[in-house]
Design a protein around this ligand. Structure first.
Ligand code: HAM
Length: 424
């Protein structure tokens, strides 16, 4: 029996992979403009990192992690997200001591969550994310949001909605937590077992419950915004003012709580409004995490970041019918007739490639017509034809597929002439 790909994963084949490459290049280019540098962390980490970082009452930790024991009986987990690992690395490598602060990092790579696969939800997906650690200036919250919005806009997305909220500082969260417990406790029996377990441990997670979303107590639940202390209010107002200064439209949604435990102050999501995008409309999620470095054993260092998956970005691009400017042609295809000419093209092809051109030839001993068809299929800009007679005369025939113009070139000066004609 044939072996199939695991559920919730996908192969990205030629034809599709070009989109990924373009997106990856664009992400890197934008990070350079905003001055974020790449960091690469391992695919797996000690499970403890996510228990402490992401939070042991979250769905991600309770239900979705790929956790295994290695041969040394250590509990390891395939990373479900990037922030905890980046912060671990920040602490471990003492980046707080670097001269240049804040530390601004980006990453791109596969993440793993054992979720129920559906449109836009995979078990292995690729996140692009950024983290700025070491500053609690609300201007950097605005910068991080601006980076994401700039990226999406330059990719060609128009139907975007930015939703923001503040989860406040520790004090505000504490007051909100007490209010949530008082609100839900009398009728907690009507909620699912997860919510019941979370009531005392982390009542905010109840607001995030997928099963009890429609319960009437959800809508009337106390809003975090009513519990923000002065510092948290001022902070949130500044973030909003900076976003207005940057002409970034947003709506404040007091129900936006995010699914991970480390958030404080600013939380945000970017959604797609595009028709046909599907039930899951969140493209990107992020926020501030001022206590995370301490949670994983480091010194105090405030941070903010976001992440989005390339899978959801591609879905949004296709829902908005954005045509990407993909390279889909090659510089030269060599067509050869006869054994001697075929042998000769082996070296000639390498010369073209050494000179920096994309070039190919036939490897299936095809007839001339079929070789021309192959050149067509790869959208060759030029086709160079070498027959027995041309070879004897030390010549090659170069045809521009754009203009149809044909030029006879001396074989010894082919590369020089090709450089000249192709304008490279
Ligand atoms: P998150 O909201 O769990 O946040 O995930 C961020 C993004 O990853 C989502 O908006 C979505 O684009 C993508 N994503 C998540 N799960 C899946 C999935 N199963 N399939 C496809 N795409 C998915 C975080 O991961 C935080 N680390 C973000 C962050 C960075 N906060 C601060 N810094």
């Amino acid at each position: 029996m044939a072996i199939h790909i695991p559920r919730g994963t996908q192969d990205i084949l030629p034809g599709e992979v070009e989109k990924w490459q373009l997106i990856e290049e664009k992400a890197k280019e934008i990070c350079d403009r905003f001055q974020y540098q790449e960091i690469r962390t391992p695919i797996f980490e000690h499970t403890e990192l996510f228990l402490r970082g992401v939070g042991d009452t979250t769905d991600v930790v309770q239900k979705e992690m790929y956790t295994f024991e290695d041969r040394g009986e250590r509990s390891l987990t395939l990373r479900p997200e990037g922030t905890a690992a980046v912060v671990r690395s920040y602490v471990e490598n003492k980046m707080f001591g670097y001269a240049n602060q804040p530390i601004k990092l980006y990453y791109m790579g596969p993440m793993f969550r054992y979720e129920r696969p559906q449109a836009g939800r995979f078990r292995q997906f690729v996140q692009f994310g950024v983290e700025a650690i070491g500053s609690s200036d609300p201007a950097i919250d605005a910068e991080v949001i601006a980076l994401a919005m700039t990226f999406y806009k330059e990719m060609g997305l128009k139907k975007l909605k930015l939703v923001i909220n503040s989860l406040g500082d520790k004090e505000s969260r504490g007051a909100h937590r007490d209010a949530l417990i008082a609100h839900f406790k009398p009728r907690i029996g009507e909620f699912c077992s997860d919510c019941q377990n979370r009531l005392e441990k982390n009542p905010m997670r109840i607001l995030d419950c997928k099963k009890d979303r429609e319960h009437e107590l959800m809508k009337s639940a106390p809003s975090i915004l009513d519990y923000l202390n002065e510092d948290s209010k001022t902070y949130f107002e500044k973030v909003q003012r900076y976003l207005q200064d940057l002409d970034i439209e947003f709506v404040v949604d007091p129900n936006l709580v995010r699914g991970l435990d480390y958030y404080t102050h600013t939380a945000f999501e970017i959604m797609s409004d595009a028709e046909g995008f599907g039930a899951i409309t969140t493209l990107c999620g992020g926020g501030r995490y001022n206590g995370l470095t301490e949670d994983i054993g480091g010194p105090e260092a405030p941070g903010i970041g976001f992440a989005f998956s390339i899978e959801r970005l591609i879905a949004a691009l296709s829902a908005e019918k954005v045509e990407l400017d993909l390279k889909n042609s090659i510089d030269c295809y060599l067509v050869a007739l006869g054994d001697e000419a075929k042998d000769y093209t082996v070296g000639l092809l390498q010369k073209l490639r050494n000179a920096g051109f994309s070039a190919d030839r036939d490897y299936l001993d095809r007839k001339i017509k079929a070789q021309f068809k192959a050149a067509d299929r790869v959208n060759a800009k030029y086709v160079a034809v070498l027959g027995e007679d041309e070879l004897k005369e030390n010549k090659i025939n170069l045809k521009s597929m754009d203009t149809g113009e044909q030029t006879e070139i001396n074989l010894d000066s082919f590369i020089e002439k090709f450089i000249e004609l192709s304008g490279k």
